[in-house]
Design a binder for this molecule. Structure first.
Ligand SMILES: [Fe+2]
Length: 193
């Protein structure tokens, strides 16, 4: 049985309101977990393993399995990409600095990419073949599908910010940088280095 991940913070105020976070975690993310349990009631492996072996599933179910696997994995990375605590300097941050020239350039490239996403989707910091990339993917597509390792996810579906920011998505994107959990992203980075 698939279970919801636990959040390691109780609030991300004022960047994301408590009501916004509660609905996002319990209702939106929770729905994807419920859907996976309905689609694959007897599956005992991890959510990632479904993605890696998608060809072994019934063809007619693959589309909805992929959507819900993406919905779970993307939300779990998004919730882990944020923290109420400041991060410490780490290898990821210093390597981002090296590749982009400065942390501010990385930040502005990430923000520019996020602002360009049309409709629902995510902006990801990913790693592939020795370098970082910033990519937008629509709906619940997952970077693993394109052989990228995702390190940070920013959920840009309207439900992620509307209750806190209404239509001001650009402010949500900017404020995300106040709560990014670079320590967690660094643990993912260290695993593949
Ligand atoms: Fe979401």
């Amino acid at each position: 049985m698939f279970k919801k991940m636990k959040l390691n913070y109780s609030s991300l105020e004022p960047v994301i309101s408590d009501l916004n976070l509660d609905l996002h975690y319990n209702k939106h993310y929770g729905k994807y977990v419920d859907n996976l349990n309905k689609l694959l009631p007897n599956y005992s492996g991890s959510v990632e393993s479904i993605l890696m072996s998608i060809d072994s599933f019934n063809k007619k179910d693959r589309g909805s399995i992929l959507t819900n696997v993406g919905g779970v994995l993307n939300h779990e990375l998004y919730f882990r990409s944020m923290s109420s605590e400041p991060y410490t300097n780490n290898r990821l941050v210093s390597d981002l600095f090296k590749q982009y020239g400065s942390f501010d350039i990385f930040k502005s490239e990430f923000i520019n990419s996020a602002n360009k996403l049309v409709g629902s989707g995510y902006t990801f910091l990913v790693y592939k073949d020795g370098s970082f990339d910033i990519i937008n993917l629509p709906n619940q597509e997952n970077p693993y599908t394109y052989n990228y390792t995702p390190l940070i996810a920013l959920d840009l579906w309207e439900h992620a910010y509307y209750l806190t920011y209404y239509n001001d998505r650009a402010l949500y994107i900017n404020n995300f940088f106040r709560i990014i959990n670079f320590d967690y992203a660094n643990t993912l980075y260290e695993k593949i280095k």
